[in-house]
Design a protein. Structure first.
Lengths: 166, 282
């Protein structure tokens, strides 16, 4: 059920991302709502489909983007791994975990994209890339981390209700 | 008998007085008297009428309020419908203007065949400059086909599915295009960047290049047809120690507001990579 739910949610977010959010830039950086949705879902307690969401999201975004698919798969699954790790470590402050995963995941995604494009002989000025794309994108992702965390928290509570203690 | 005569006289006198008063009133001689007499009457009438209307309104107002609210809702709905219609018509007008410009462009270049496509999205990664269009292989699009607007060159088709395509813009950091400068006729290479700015490189030192010179595709390399306008040189950098001059280019196309594109479908890009010698090859 929650695996199937990944398709409508992530496809809808991908459409919003490509049609609207990619046009809204801070300097040249943009947010990545598919990434935020995956980690906001994974960070919730009792959610056990984070890896599947990561794979589905990576394949969807990789299919649409000109950036090679393995980059998104690697970055999204790496972020899911970090999210699961922090979920166990910082289980009582989940929003702090969300912020840390957003930070590390965004760095992972942008770093792996940069490396992949450099391997493909795309000339990218490192300083410009960090100042104009990576840092503004990181700021936007951190700003949107809270609403995504709250929305997916409610969704997780709805789909995984607390067991009643008798 | 006597009393009957007296009553008759009284009646006649009274009638004469009444007739006299009427005559005086008609002649306007009684106006001051009328004003004094009628003033309190009119005041009383006004007071009473005002109270009556107030009370009447008090009892009738709920019905009117409901009716007015209903009417207001109807008018608001009508207003919203008309505003939506205006937005739709403005959108249609904008599209018609773009299409008209594209038709003019196609008339000027009759040797090409075109397919028009709408831009429906941008690449989710900010590291690359690609747009997604609503035409694909079902519409005859193939990888490598040049994409233009009525202003000039936009890029080329990088990937296609049955119903959609991805266009690499000339501002993409991986884009490099062989260009010709006018009026000097010099050859150079146009490069994209992550900021979306265009730069010219490999301009020979011997060539005189100035701000305002036009940049057009040269057709060399086989990736693009020749003579498609790209932009104008805005700034030239020339240093004696460098092998080549470089310059920045202002594109004629506004890449932030791409809506409708034309894909040149009868141009087949030539793959010259097998002709490029590789290190270690015999």
């Amino acid at each position: 059920m929650t695996t199937l739910l990944a398709f409508p949610i992530l496809i809808t977010l991908l459409i919003v991302q490509t049609a609207i959010l990619s046009n809204i830039t801070l300097l040249h950086g943009t947010t990545d709502v598919v990434f935020l949705a995956i980690i906001a879902w994974t960070i919730q307690r009792r959610v056990d489909t984070g890896w599947v969401w990561g794979i589905i999201g990576g394949l969807l975004v990789g299919y649409v983007s000109a950036v090679p698919i393995p980059v998104y798969l690697f970055a999204y699954l790496g972020s899911v791994g970090v999210a699961l790790l922090l979920r166990q470590r910082i289980w009582n402050v989940p929003f702090l975990a969300m912020l840390i995963v957003t930070f590390t995941g965004t760095i992972l995604l942008q770093g792996s994209t940069l490396i992949a494009l450099r391997i493909a002989n795309t000339p990218l000025a490192l300083e410009d890339t960090i100042n104009l794309i990576a840092l503004p994108g990181l700021v936007l992702n951190l700003i949107l981390a809270l609403p995504f965390f709250l929305i997916f928290g409610d969704l997780a509570k709805w789909l995984y209700p607390e067991p009643l203690e008798i | 008998m006597r009393s009957s005569s007296a009553r008759t006289w009284q009646t006649v006198v009274l009638a004469l007085i009444i007739i006299g008063l009427i005559a005086l009133a008609l002649g306007g001689y009684l106006s001051p008297v009328t004003r004094v007499v009628m003033a309190p009457v009119i005041s009383a009438q006004t007071w009473l009428s005002t109270r009556y209307i107030t009370i009447q309104n008090y009892f009738r107002s709920p019905q009117d309020l409901v009716r007015l609210r209903q009417r207001n809702l109807e008018l608001e709905a009508e207003n919203a419908r008309l505003e939506t219609q205006i937005i739709e018509l403005e959108q249609q007008l904008s599209e018609t203007r773009i299409l008209s410009a594209l038709v003019d462009f196609a008339r000027v270049h009759p040797q090409n065949r075109y397919v028009a496509a709408s831009v429906i999205g941008r690449d989710p990664s900010p590291f690359v400059k690609y747009v997604i269009i609503n035409r694909g292989s079902d519409d005859g699009l193939r990888r490598g086909m040049p994409v233009v607007t009525s202003q000039g060159l936009v890029g080329r088709v990088a990937a296609v599915t049955a119903g959609a395509g991805r266009v690499e813009l000339i501002t993409d950091p991986a884009s490099s295009i062989n260009v010709r400068l006018e009026p000097s006729g010099a050859q150079a290479v146009l490069l994209g960047s992550i900021t979306g700015e265009l730069a010219l490189d490999f301009i020979p030192q011997s060539v005189s290049v100035q701000a305002g010179d036009l940049v057009l595709t040269s057709g060399l390399g086989g990736n693009y047809p020749g003579n498609i306008l790209i932009g104008q040189i805005t700034n030239v950098r020339r240093r004696e120690t460098d092998l080549f001059q470089s310059a920045t280019v202002q594109p004629v196309v506004d890449f932030s507001r791409l809506e409708i594109l034309l894909i040149i479908t009868n141009f087949q890009p030539v793959d010259i990579s097998p002709l490029i010698p590789t290190p270690g090859a015999p």
